[in-house]
Ligand binder design. Structure first.
Ligand code: BGC
Length: 768
């Protein structure tokens, strides 16, 4: 049976042989994690995701309440993103695929690539960045790796699921440009480049329509514009109207609902309210997915737990961001006596709560790993506080005593698991107050203090960022994070992570402040395009650490950049030299802007990056390519991506605020013909390739007339002010802003309504 399904018959033929009831049955789950076995179509398993395999046997749930089988807990997306390393994410994807295959899982529910709109989002630890290029490039790499193993990805949560509060109902109200340029751009890239087997619709509404019933999102954009050929699955419980959802392009409803909504589909077809061909399409996509999963399945598959733990450690180390290192406190000398302080060193926080919660094959603590390097005798430990903030009496005093007796104090701070999870957002971005107090007390007795942070979302670091000599942001590092922290502390690994999100000075400075999490069912994305660093740069706000920032134990020098442009986009080449004494890796970042652009833009936007490993003293020419499509903005007049022509500034930097060079390049714009209407302004008509030459002389004459005959050539003088008190330039501006249909009513208009209609018709006629 399986043979027939996977190799011989086409999915459409199989669906042809099914009854109406069977077809409806195919499009919803059999259980929490399985599709239905229907006729010749076997059932397959879908399982969370995204940074490990969360396969549950009994007592299934999607909130991480019940345990799943043991699996490697790789670093969550917040950490992996900071690696800025697509090749690494691809390898993690391969390993995830191997584990999924060994567990008989056909689709792993990830990656999540939603944009980090506000640091308050409780689920930011599951997402990659505040920037769509980073999310798209790294998300693609993970999908590529995973699917290379014959296991499908589920790109989620499509779309605009940028908060947890009220996530099942809230409408994300977003203007077309930010929706396309920020919130959909990463999804578009992954779909176009990698064709994930499935895309998961989100719970929320987008501009008033539930994502599960959003024909524009699920069909017009996803399939018609981007060419998606896979299956759309609902987030678990996202469907409220199955008939509308199927018609909108949602193929598979999960989880099971006792056949209730299957019956609704059958009834709708019988009543003539739903075309049976729509159901055929959905059912065919389910069968195709099953075929793909069966083709990838291997009953004998297994994986090497130790090797995966090793990869998890490598990935964790590559994800750590060295935020500050004054006076070369790091790396630590192995012979230094160390006071390890903070419960997180002994009880690591390595993943977030909810559906991504993995049952790890093992967990390394940083304390053990440090003791392995430095010897147990040289490492004192004091918990300093309790993770939930209770019963801490005496712990801080003991920690301060340990710190004062050691050469170096390494202070592990972080957020308790209860503060960040799927399902709810944070209320602030503060570290617990007892931890902040401990920093001050430890610093007072030992200036050689290193802070190591464990948090899934950004925390405010301003209280100590200028006073603590060394800070490591380790995010949530997965099960092997403890060893990775020791690797970086002692220099076995030279840190090379970079921030994929800004660390703001205050919550009040953040882009969505005042518009998060919304009210009465709506959240207005009032910051528009200015998300993340785009906002801080546009407003010239100080930040504690900028997007793209991260230090190394070595230093990198940039030479002169050159940029070239061709039909595919831009290529920036810059020599980079490792000027220090250690091997290391630099993340070369390329930002563009277009001074004088006709549309609103952020001061700089990341368009490409390259991570490059350089041995001590090595110099290499690094090339970063920028796709032409990434230069485009979404033009709301014609509903198209458009590259605006002009002289672009291309900056190359070590962070968004550490720009090492800038070059300019001329880019030819896409031809655009905005259809003219009577409401088009005179300036728009004059700029039109067909109508412009026809009307320009007439309007120049009209302007001259209105100025009393003076200086229609545009030469501006005080004398030319005429009766209106403005000069020729002002007159052209005033007229330019006038809709042409209104201008014909004014005295001196060069033509009447009829001629205007003819002009518009010939301007809009298709050109030969
Ligand atoms: C989450 C998804 C997850 C699904 C299945 C939902 O609550 O939003 O990310 O894949 O549950 O567990």
């Amino acid at each position: 049976m399986t043979e027939t399904l996977s190799h011989a018959a086409s999915a459409a033929d199989i669906v042809d042989g099914l009854t109406l009831e069977q077809k409806a049955a195919l499009t919803s789950g059999a259980s929490f994690w399985r599709t239905k076995q229907v006729g010749p179509v076997p059932s397959i398993m879908l399982t969370d995701g995204p940074h490990g395999v969360r396969k549950q046997d009994e007592s299934a749930d999607h909130l991480g309440i019940n345990d799943s089988v043991k699996a490697t807990c790789f670093p969550p997306a917040v950490a992996l993103g900071s690696s800025f390393d697509p090749e690494l994410l691809e390898r993690v994807g391969v390993a995830l695929g191997e584990e999924a295959r060994a567990e008989g899982v056909g689709v792993l529910l990830g990656p999540g690539i939603n944009i980090k709109r506000s640091p308050l989002c409780g689920r930011n630890f599951e997402y990659l960045s505040e920037d769509p290029i980073v999310s798209g490039v790294l998300g693609s790499a993970l999908v590529r790796g995973l699917q290379s193993q014959g296991v499908g990805a589920s790109l989620k949560h499509y779309a605009a699921n940028n908060q947890e509060d009220d996530r099942m109902r809230v409408s994300a109200d977003i203007d077309p440009r930010p929706l396309r340029e920020i919130y959909l751009r990463g999804f578009q890239r992954v779909v176009e480049d990698e064709q994930p087997w499935t895309v998961m619709c989100s719970y929320n509404r987008v501009n008033g329509i539930p994502a599960s019933e959003h024909h524009w999102l699920l069909t017009e954009v996803l399939r018609d514009d981007w060419g998606f050929d896979g299956l759309v699955v609902s987030d678990w419980g996202a469907v409220t109207n199955r008939v509308n959802a199927l018609a909108a392009g949602l193929d598979l409803e999960m989880p099971a609902n006792d056949g209730r909504s299957d019956a609704q589909l059958v009834a709708a077809v019988r009543a003539g309210e739903l075309d049976e061909s729509v159901l055929d399409t959905g059912a065919t996509r389910v069968v195709s997915l099953v075929q793909r999963a069966l083709a990838g399945a291997d009953a004998d598959a297994s994986y090497d737990r130790d090797a995966h733990h090793g990869l998890a450690r490598e990935a964790a180390a590559a994800s750590i961001v060295l935020l500050r290192n004054e006076g070369g406190v790091l790396p630590l000398a192995p012979e230094a006596s160390v006071a390890v302080i903070g419960e997180f060193a002994r009880t690591p926080r390595f993943q977030g709560g909810g559906s991504s919660h993995i049952n790890p094959t093992r967990v390394d603590s940083a304390l053990e790993a440090i003791r392995e390097v430095a010897g147990a005798g040289a490492v004192a430990f004091a918990p300093g506080f309790t993770i939930d903030g209770s019963d801490a009496a005496g712990l801080a005093d003991e920690a301060v005593a340990a710190a004062s007796a050691a050469d170096v104090a390494v202070l592990f701070l972080g957020l308790p698991a209860s503060l960040e999870s799927e399902g709810y957002d944070r209320r602030d971005i503060e570290l617990p107050v007892e931890q902040l107090e401990l920093v001050d007390r430890v610093l007072a007795v030992n200036p050689n203090t290193v802070v190591v942070l464990s948090n899934g979302g950004v925390v405010r670091l301003a209280p100590f960022a200028e006073r603590v000599p060394a800070i490591l942001e380790t995010w949530l590092l997965g099960q092997a994070g403890g060893g990775a922290v020791a690797d970086v502390l002692y220099g076995a690994v030279n840190p090379a992570g970079r921030l994929t999100e800004t660390v703001p000075v205050r919550l009040q400075d953040t882009p969505a402040w005042g518009n998060f999490p919304g009210e009465h069912g709506h959240v207005r994305y009032g910051e528009g395009l200015l998300v993340g660093y785009r906002w801080y740069d546009a407003r010239e706000l100080d930040v504690t650490y900028p997007f793209g920032h991260g230090l190394s134990y070595t230093t990198f020098e940039y030479g002169d950049a050159v940029v070239s442009s061709d039909d595919d986009g831009l290529a920036l080449r810059v020599p980079v030299t490792n000027t220090g004494e250690r091997d290391g890796a630099e993340v070369v970042q390329v930002y563009t802007s277009l001074p004088g652009s006709a549309v609103a833009r952020a001061p700089r936007e990341l368009k490409g990056f390259a991570k490059v490993a350089l041995a001590a003293g090595e110099r290499r020419e690094v090339e970063v390519r920028v796709r032409r499509s990434d230069l485009a903005y979404w033009d709301t007049r014609v509903d198209l991506w458009l590259v605006e022509g002009g002289e672009y500034t291309v900056e190359v930097g070590a962070s968004s605020r550490d720009i090492r060079g800038a070059v300019t390049v001329d880019v030819e714009g896409d031809p655009v013909r905005v259809p003219l209407t009577v409401e088009s302004t005179i300036a728009e008509v004059m700029a039109h390739p067909v109508a412009g030459p026809m009307v320009a002389p007439a309007f120049a004459a009209m302007a001259a007339d209105m100025l009393g005959g003076a200086h229609a050539d545009g030469e501006a003088t005080a004398e030319s002010a005429g009766g209106l008190g403005i000069d020729a330039e002002g007159m052209m501006q005033m007229m330019g802003a006038m809709p042409i249909g209104r201008a014909v009513m004014f005295p001196g208009s060069p033509f009447g309504f009829e001629q205007l209609e003819q002009l518009i018709a010939s301007a809009n006629a298709p050109q030969a």
